[in-house]
Design a protein around this ligand. Sequence first.
Ligand code: PLP
Length: 368
Amino acid sequence: MIKFLDLQKINQQYANELKQIAADVIDSGWYLLGNRVQSFETELAQYIGAKHAVACANGLDALRLIFKAYIELGIMNEGDEIIVPANTYIASILAISDNRLTPVFVEPDFSNFNLDINIIEAAITPKTKAILVVHLYGQICWSEQLETLAKKYNLKIVEDNAQAIGAVFKNEKAGNLGDAAGFSFYPGKNLGSLGDSGAVTTNDGNLAKTIRALANYGSTQKYVNEYQGLNSRMDEIQAAFLSVKLKYLDSENTIRRQIASYYSSNIKNIKITLPKIAARNDETHVWHLFVIRCKERDNLQKYLTENGVQTLIHYPIPPHKQNAYRNYNNLSFPLTEQIHSEVLSLPISPVMAQEEIKKVVEIINKYE
Ligand SMILES: *Cc1c(COP(=O)(O)O)cnc(C)c1O
């Protein structure tokens, strides 16, 4: 079986370093709010090019904390509207609704799955406070038009950068394009810890300070609480693992690009639509996922499973059709719904063997 993602193999590459650093953390006796987290924050900020990085417990919390901080700072209020792509992972929506803000769904661009920037303006109302762009599947969602819109209507741009760490748009990294960005280091992400963890990057010192407090019980000083915060801290051991793995991120992303390029040039099947890169520059994509479309998706997936290729669907049900959001079930987003019924993610990871990549192509090309 060609695995969709072989996490065991991914971490095995760095097993010696990871085991050594885990032993160091165990022996140190210090497990939270210590030097490891501080170092990783510095390294992440440097890597992204942002002034501040604040570590937290997971990617959902990173996004929740950004909106919560904007509310504490009086920049957003309960009931304000946040524009968000309709076809994103549900975490993007949860971060908005958890703060009693209102998600306003906008359809994606059918060719690249990212928010269709051309139709955002029609969704803006006097209550709109921000656009949550999602760099879906690893591809940056950005344009000058987006920046112009945000300026014109005085909107914050928040990036959901759970999937695109390392991607670059005109010399600027994903996570340093908008006002603040949320990262996930869920094990399966391009930079994965060995458990849950996340972070926020921003150039806004006041926002960073507020988020740091909110993630630690709303406290700026032990037993002094400024806000009604959360407990959303990153473990020292996860920070230590991430410092090891961050060093290899760029080379892993390069391998992902090579596989994507091989798939794109060699998969030839009239029943299959390959993913398009919006920009010419291939730096804008880090291929967290390689997502194809097929009208007979379920049949294709069954065929691939039978032939030893594991695939996944990102995602089978759009957020507005989930039971969790019954209040939005009556909304209609035809492109989003079509995407959810046609997409299929092929195996892509830095540890795939050359023969496996070739075999995936051969099997797909034989599908009738
Ligand atoms: C993974 C992911 C998240 C949430 O990250 P967790 O660390 O799992 O909480 C948010 N948004 C997107 C687009 C994701 O892919």
